[in-house]
Design a protein around this ligand. Structure first.
Ligand SMILES: [Zn+2]
Length: 295
């Protein structure tokens, strides 16, 4: 009798595992986004773990638990088609990129050699841009942290995306957020990461730092007064990485803080908002005090 009971129990377990697998295999992968499908946005997304995910046929890196980041360039337009595939089942969703209005910002009083640089200056700017671009390509083997916070206290004096007119010359759009505070104000890592570049003297950006966070997300820090971490070093969220300064092309002390995904510059403030949605409650409480003071 006892033997019969054990065999029936095993049979029931086997049957439920089989049914479970069959029903699981029949389900299409889940695909979910936190954020808006608009220009300059860095969104968080979720897909059934173990799925393959592409956007317009380009592969997206996913954390083992299914979370991923996805960025839209400031001037991107058109349709984004996401395809998530698992065990032969595919979920497809398409979105139209919503346009955004961008500010125009005049910046005067910049050293003229940084606005219309000499031949030597141009060469140096190109070389330094290549060094930065190369550092951005480095692969970071870690799961993207889901909870980012502001890297410094201060006043937001420049927003992402504005068209800049520098000493009356139209320049590139502003690809980051500016946080102004006095020289020497500490800058902290907004999330865990690995230092991709720590460069002491760039013509335009002065002391320059890049941190890779995984899933193709990189944060950048320029015009620093001091860099206190080294290339290849692992940094922890909240750890001091340097101090606010005005090295390179700057009219006053501030941190120029950028967030990129692959080769796309995205809006750090929109990313912070999307990121905060995933912060565990305890981390939210810890950072909210700082952010209230900062803004
Ligand atoms: Zn800036």
């Amino acid at each position: 009798m006892k033997r019969f009971f054990v065999i029936s129990l095993l049979f029931i377990i086997l049957l439920s595992v089989l049914i479970g697998n069959i029903s699981f295999a029949k389900e299409d992968p889940v695909l979910f986004f936190q954020g808006q499908m608009r220009q300059g946005e860095l969104l968080f997304g979720f897909v059934t773990p173990g799925s393959e995910l592409t956007v317009n046929d380009e592969r997206i890196a996913i954390r083992p638990d299914g979370w991923f980041a996805f960025g839209i360039g400031r001037d991107d337009t058109g349709i984004l088609t996401f395809k998530a595939t698992k065990r032969g089942k595919t979920t497809t969703s398409s979105y139209n990129i919503a346009p955004r209005q961008w500010d125009i910002q005049r910046v005067d009083g910049l050293p003229q050699n940084t606005v219309t640089p000499s031949k030597t200056g141009q060469k140096r700017i190109a070389d330094e841009a290549a060094i930065t671009a190369q550092a951005r390509q480095k692969k970071v083997d870690m799961s993207l942290p889901l909870c980012f916070s502001l890297p410094a206290e201060g006043t937001i004096t420049g927003v992402f995306g504005s068209q800049r007119i520098m000493n009356n010359v139209p320049g590139n759009y502003h690809n980051a957020v500016d946080i102004a505070n006095k020289e020497g104000t500490p800058i902290i890592a907004p999330a865990d990461g690995i230092v991709l570049l720590a460069y002491e003297d760039m013509l335009l950006s002065g002391k320059t730092l890049l941190i890779g966070h995984g899933q193709d997300v990189v944060s950048s820090y320029i015009h620093m007064n001091e860099i206190s971490v080294k290339e290849g070093q692992k940094v922890k969220k909240g750890q001091e990485i340097g101090k606010i300064g005005m090295t390179g092309r700057a009219t006053g002390p501030h941190l120029h803080w950028g967030i990129s995904w692959k080769n796309k510059r995205t809006d750090p403030m929109a990313f912070l908002e999307n990121s905060q949605k995933f912060c565990p409650v305890s981390q939210n409480e810890k950072t909210s005090e700082k952010e209230r003071g900062g803004l």
